[in-house]
Write a new protein. Structure first.
Length: 276
């Protein structure tokens, strides 16, 4: 995940241990992992409670997943714990969920993370009879997953890739964030970076259905169309009564609905505006 200066300012206003850690060690990616978990604890807890209520008022839709394996991929400085509400919903709906967390939280570079992801997916497939998996990836994790498909023959192993709030063409705030940290992953996300030139030089592989979900109100995706991908199904969350921020996809039930719909899509290409 990106780390713009306004987040550092927010941390300065708080006295909790997680924010004090990032103030003392602003380039410590694991301190930021703890910060995000503490900062969004209320939203994550509320979402977990909501999943329990949802299960009580409607039958489990196990047929939606039909036992398919979904690998969840968090972005830079984000831990696996942020996926707890989404994982619970997917398991309720019949998917088999595995969460991959990069050992360096993608801070050491997106291409390196993509290679680690490739090895992880190979192990997951070996444990599941060689069946192709689906990937649901957040922010930088989505860019790493795309690199894996295009450059590392990942399309042979992946049936669906769904990214949400992923800056596929780089984002302006990465330049600021990279200046605060020493993370190669943020430098890769800069507009026009060497990495971005490589990842955008090739088309998406045709054997994998790719969907990019993003919000018009996401302050960390600049410009907004950085998340749109040619040859993919692009879902814009725009123009409705609610403004979706960069982190809402981890817990929001409406965004989850778009993710599951995308996991069931076949051959859809183009940009569509989704009602909130």
């Amino acid at each position: 995940m990106l780390k713009p200066i306004f987040i550092a300012a927010l941390a300065l206003l708080s006295s909790c241990a997680s924010t004090q850690a990032v103030i003392r060690q602003p380039d410590n990616v694991f301190a930021w992992k703890d910060y995000w978990l503490a900062h969004y604890d209320h939203e994550l807890s509320a979402a977990r409670e909501a999943v329990t209520r949802e299960a009580a008022v409607r039958p489990v839709a196990a047929a939606r997943g039909a036992g398919r394996v979904v690998v969840l991929v968090p972005g830079i400085s984000i831990g696996r714990e942020m996926f707890a509400p989404m994982a619970a919903r997917l398991e309720r709906d019949g998917f088999r969920v595995v969460i991959w967390e990069d050992p360096a939280l993608i801070s050491t570079g997106i291409a390196r993370a993509a290679n680690d992801l490739a090895r992880f997916v190979a192990r997951v497939r070996a444990e599941n009879g060689g069946r192709r998996v689906d990937l649901v990836a957040e922010c930088t994790g989505g860019v790493a997953a795309r690199f894996y498909l295009q450059e590392l023959d990942g399309a042979a192993s992946v049936e669906h890739l769904v990214t949400f709030v992923s800056p596929h063409h780089g984002t302006v705030p990465a330049l600021i964030a990279a200046g605060v940290t020493s993370w190669q992953g943020l430098e890769d996300l800069e507009r026009g970076s060497a990495f971005m030139q490589v990842v955008n030089a090739r088309p998406l592989p045709k054997q994998t259905q790719v969907t990019s979900i993003y919000s018009c109100d996401d302050a960390l995706l600049m410009p907004r169309d950085t998340a749109a991908l040619e040859g993919a199904r692009n879902v814009e969350l725009c123009g409705g009564p609610r403004a979706y921020g960069h982190f809402d996809g981890f817990w929001d039930a409406t965004i989850y609905g778009h993710i599951v719909e995308s996991l069931q899509a076949s051959g859809a290409v183009g940009t569509e505006s989704a009602q909130r």
